[in-house]
Design a protein around this ligand. Structure first.
Ligand code: ADP
Ligand code: MG
Length: 671
């Protein structure tokens, strides 16, 4: 066997398993080795059922005291059992695992590992792992990797597959010569891969992750280097000199620009009128008003006679921007279109035609904008919003659509300037550092689960006053199926708690694009009062009438991500509130979440989160929401990003001789 072989050459992997592997983008042995664990678990001694505490991952050794009951509820297949030890009983449920009926039997003893919850005064556990006691004994005190999974692929299957290619890890080529490697204290690539799958201890794992993060950053810098070579000093063939027209456009806005917004627009106008093409990043915290900056740039572009485009990561956001820009530009006779994946074929054809013939001035859309069929008549400006959600390749593809259009990217990721300069080496940076005046600061509170009912009442009272609310639902596991059940259950519970007059709907990532759009549109129109959602609403959505954001199990999110979520409220004139429910209520989680209570500065928050990380937190909670890296995170591995930059500035591309870098060949996921 060798690294480029198809995974079906691995014994025990048939077509069905291979298809499941494809869903997590694993086709070859090499891909398999590059599948990094999301996390590691250590298995502790089993405790008595009476001693278990809700919210904690626990092992209990118990006898199955009921028959294995399988049933179907709302298209979900449920498997229920009751288990007992000498101190108490526990109800266990699995979803979509009907085969368990043939595996588990009344009277058998197993160790069940999962998170304890209390439902109707009973201890329950959903989707626990289960082991024969003697097997469990062998696993204790060993760090077990937890791999990304999908339907039809269990952790056991992934572990087994990786086990059978373990010996190939030694063949991984290390592009970095030994002397350079040891100079910077980095270990070999093959050792790093071996350790990340089979960690001997925490320290070894930490070093392995460092090397792998370094690697991702180094290859990223190589790609950025290429992008820079393509961009730099490109002659500006779309001279845009529209200072006066833009001043009038700004004058007509219903508000006065902040200093940061005005400066960003100045920078952009200067760039677009200069000798070289613009490549600029506008960085500004969530709510700082980046959209209007993009509007001003697009306005200038269209006034100068060129087309402009705005790419965003989700359909919902595309629709919203479309509505807003159509309204803003209506009085100017500027024609705006919206192109997303779910646009009908007929409609798409019409839009393609209009774009090709220059009848459309501005197109807003998702990655549908970079499809080959989209040909512009005279593209002058490409704007990418929430750019961290796009791969380098997507950004580049869009920029290559016309003939050297100006490029403007917008991001709310609050990263330190030193890192921003490395990450966005190909871009000039404008920073919007203040929020618009007159915003009432959001009132925050961090509370325990005991406060939940009060929070629901509070939501009801806000709705009664004409406000709207978001409830971000607990993430219960790594499994999408389970998250969906959770959103569904929670929505039902909330409907009951709030009474019939409050309109509650749900939104989650597994819904079809059309459904999501429809729900989001009704929420924006005010036809839905409370939106129960997973984090799909995280980016960009603007509903100034929403005054409450409630986040369940807030302790499971990165603080920077919570800050982004919080940015969905406090966008209008009314007082807004953010309620973070701490499902763990430990000293650490309280301390972390208090940071949010005390600060509204995304930048400060992300830094504090980093400081408060526990020692067992290997990958950290991904803060940046960045799709560019698999394992590396600019916050968690800032030291490696800096080191990669240092090594890059000394050795550059020569180190990577003949290596694939990845970013220019991928089709990174887009939400
Ligand atoms: P973000 O930077 O998160 O993309 P948006 O562009 O969506 O923020 O702006 C958030 C809200 O603030 C919008 O409702 C927008 O109309 C409003 N807004 C933007 N700039 C100003 C300003 N200078 N004064 C008052 N409100 C503003
Ligand atoms: Mg925005």
């Amino acid at each position: 066997m060798n690294l480029n072989d198809d995974i079906t050459t691995i014994k025990g992997i048939g077509d069905k398993t291979a298809a499941a592997f494809k869903r997590i983008k694993v086709a070859t042995v090499n891909d398999l080795i590059h599948t990094f664990p999301r996390n590691y678990l250590t298995y502790d001694e089993a405790v008595d059922i009476a001693d278990t505490r809700p919210g904690e991952r626990t092992a209990v050794m118990a006898v199955i005291s009921s028959y294995v009951d399988t049933r179907t509820v709302r298209s979900l297949k449920l498997t229920n059992i009751t288990v007992k030890d000498s101190t108490g009983t526990l109800k266990i449920t699995w979803f979509n695992s009907p085969f368990l009926k043939n595996v588990l039997h009344k009277g058998d003893t197993y160790v069940f590992v999962g998170t304890i919850k209390i439902k109707n005064n009973m201890r329950v556990m959903d989707m626990p792992e289960y082991y024969r006691p003697e097997v469990y004994q062998g696993m204790r005190r060993v760090m077990q990797p937890v791999y990304p999974l999908t339907q039809g692929l269990s952790n056991k299957t992934v572990m087994k597959a990786i086990g059978s290619v373990r010996s190939l890890m030694g063949q991984i080529h290390d592009y970095m010569p030994d002397e350079i490697r040891s100079k910077y204290g980095l270990e070999t690539l093959s050792a790093a891969y071996e350790t990340v799958h089979y960690p001997e201890n925490e320290e070894a794992l930490r070093n392995a992750i460092k090397r792998l993060a370094f690697d991702e950053f180094y290859k990223f810098l190589a790609d950025m280097g290429r992008l820079r070579v393509e961009n730099i000093k490109q002659e500006n063939i779309h001279k845009i000199v529209q200072g006066k027209a833009v001043a009038e456009f700004v004058e007509a806005l219903p508000y006065k620009l902040t200093k940061g917004q005005a400066e960003a627009i100045d920078d952009i106008l200067k760039d677009m009128g200069s000798e070289n093409v613009m490549n600029r990043l506008v960085q500004g915290d969530v709510g700082s008003g980046k959209t209007v900056v993009a509007e001003a740039a697009l306005f200038a572009c269209v006034r100068a006679g060129w087309q402009g485009t705005l790419m965003v990561p989700t359909e919902v956001l595309a629709k919203q921007h479309f509505e807003e820009l159509s309204n803003t530009f209506l009085p100017y006779g500027i024609k705006v279109e919206c192109l997303v994946g779910s646009t009908s074929l007929k409609e798409k054809r019409r839009i393609y035609e209009n774009i090709r013939h220059g009848l459309t001035d501005i197109v807003i859309g998702t990655h549908a904008l970079i499809e080959d069929k989209v040909e512009y008549s005279n593209l002058g400006l490409v704007v990418t919003d929430e750019q961290h959600r796009f791969g380098v390749e997507q950004r580049r593809k869009l920029a290559n659509k016309g003939t050297f259009p100006h490029v403007l990217v917008m991001s709310a990721t609050p990263i330190p300037r030193t890192l921003a300069i490395i990450m966005y080496a190909d871009l000039d940076i404008s920073v919007i550092s203040q929020l618009p005046k007159g915003r009432k600061p959001i009132k925050n509170c961090v509370v325990g689960t005991g406060y939940r009912q009060t929070a629901h009442k509070f939501i009801a009272s806000q709705v009664a006053e004409g406000g709207q609310a978001y409830v971000i639902c607990p993430m219960v596991s790594e499994s999408d199926a389970l998250d969906v059940t959770n959103v569904t259950d929670y929505t039902d519970t909330l409907k009951q708690a709030l009474g019939g007059s409050v309109r509650v709907e749900m939104l989650h990532g597994q819904m079809k694009a059309d459904e999501k759009n429809a729900i989001m549109e009704s929420f924006l129109k005010g036809d839905i009062d409370v939106l129960v959602s997973t984090t799909v609403i995280e980016v960009g959505i603007n509903n100034p009438n929403a005054t409450v954001m409630m986040v369940e199990n807030a302790e499971r999110f990165g603080l920077a991500q919570l800050h982004q979520l919080r940015g969905r409220v406090g966008r209008g004139k009314k007082q807004s509130y953010c309620i973070f429910i701490d499902g763990k209520e430990s000293k650490e989680s309280q301390e972390r979440l208090k940071v949010l209570e005390n600060s509204n500065d995304g930048f400060f928050i992300a830094n504090e989160d980093l400081k408060l990380r526990g020692p067992g937190d290997f990958f950290g909670i991904r803060q940046s929401g960045d799709v560019l890296f698999t394992l590396a995170d600019i916050y968690n591995h800032a030291d490696m990003l800096k080191l990669a930059q240092e090594v890059w500035s000394k050795y550059g591309i020569t180190l990577l001789d003949g290596e694939e870098t990845g970013h220019f060949t991928d089709n990174s996921t887009v939400l």
